[in-house]
Design a protein around this ligand. Structure first.
Ligand SMILES: [Zn+2]
Length: 327
């Protein structure tokens, strides 16, 4: 579809269908999942009794289920993106990106990041509102439907203890999103990725792709930087074959400005003993769970994501301009 002037764009946007997902659970002051799991235990420890905890827990479960059902009802009218039609790529359609192309892309990403570097930081709440807006518009540009969801983000849920390697989580059932740490340069990406899940795109490859493409086309330097940084971060992981030292050597070899080099080192800290033992177990389970749900496994975060952009960049006759995958 082509638009000839700003006036016509405005008219099209105004007539666009809007679907509001209530996401009630995300507005609860404490994660309902935490209340359901932790309340009985806490009351036993603190009060030596199980009843108060059970009451809290049952109430939380009721709210949680109610919110989930309400969201599900609203989500039934959503038109989903057909990734193959739009990008010529999807979970089961990924061309492997050759190693030399990856290395070349790493160089180009690093120099663009250095050229356009911004040291700006924005409060998480403000960032969440902004990326949610951009994500809604980006999806709507393909489906013609604006799916409006909550911009709430919390910084703690018990899931943090189970997934110490994760930067954030989205509870698919309730849409509750938690960001676990200061993710620095990637902050906007981590939030957008979780928000893509909240809008109903629960596959990791889809969340990665939608987040990246939303951010790099937002026109906001801070968001563009986050998207490019995630792409570089994932390429570095693939090329280093997930080896800790090889990753850090690659970062050093890029000779980026100090602020960027430091950020990329921080993204792969040496894990504590607790983290590495829990991570090994949980990562294996998570990888299995992804495979059971029609995904390729943990590789969808990095290898799959970069292969997706590679496949899209060479696609012919697709809905989106393959130039969107260029650096
Ligand atoms: Zn995810």
């Amino acid at each position: 579809m082509h638009f000839w002037n700003r006036g016509s764009i405005r008219i099209v946007l105004e007539s666009m269908e809007e679907i509001r997902i209530p996401n009630d659970a995300t507005y609860s002051p404490v994660a309902l999942t935490d209340l359901i799991t932790a309340a009985p235990l806490a009351s036993r420890v603190l009060l030596g009794a199980t009843l108060p905890g059970r009451v809290v827990s049952a109430a939380a479960l009721g709210l949680y289920a109610g919110s989930a059902v309400k969201d599900w009802m609203h989500r039934r009218d959503v038109d989903w993106i057909d990734f193959e039609d739009q990008f010529g790529s999807d979970v089961k359609r990924l061309d492997p990106m050759p190693d030399e192309e990856r290395r070349d892309e790493i160089e180009r990403l690093a120099s663009r990041l250095a050229r356009e570097f911004t040291a700006e930081r924005r409060p998480r709440e403000e960032l969440a509102e902004q990326v949610n807006h951009h994500l809604t518009e980006y999806i709507a540009s393909m489906t013609g439907q604006r799916v409006v969801t909550s911009s709430e983000v919390r910084d703690f849920t018990l899931a943090k203890l189970l997934f110490p390697f994760a930067m954030g989580v989205c509870d698919i059932v309730s849409g509750d999103v938690a960001i676990f740490k200061d993710t620095g340069i990637l902050e906007a990406h981590v939030i957008t990725h979780e928000f893509a899940h909240r809008k109903g795109y629960w596959k990791e490859l889809h969340a990665q792709a939608l987040s990246y493409l939303t951010l790099v086309h937002s026109g906001d330097p801070l968001l563009v930087q986050a998207g490019l940084a995630e792409r570089l971060h994932r390429q570095l992981k693939v090329v280093s074959k997930h080896d800790h030292d090889a990753y850090h050597d690659l970062v050093e070899g890029l000779k980026m400005r100090d602020e960027l080099t430091e950020q990329f080192h921080t993204l792969r800290p040496a894990p504590s003993t607790y983290e590495s033992s829990v991570s090994t177990v949980m990562k294996t389970m998570y990888d299995q769970r992804m495979k059971l749900t029609g995904q390729n496994g943990l590789s969808d975060y990095d290898e799959g994501f970069t292969n997706f952009l590679w496949t899209f960049s060479r696609a012919i006759g697709v809905g989106r301009d393959p130039g969107q995958a260029a650096i």
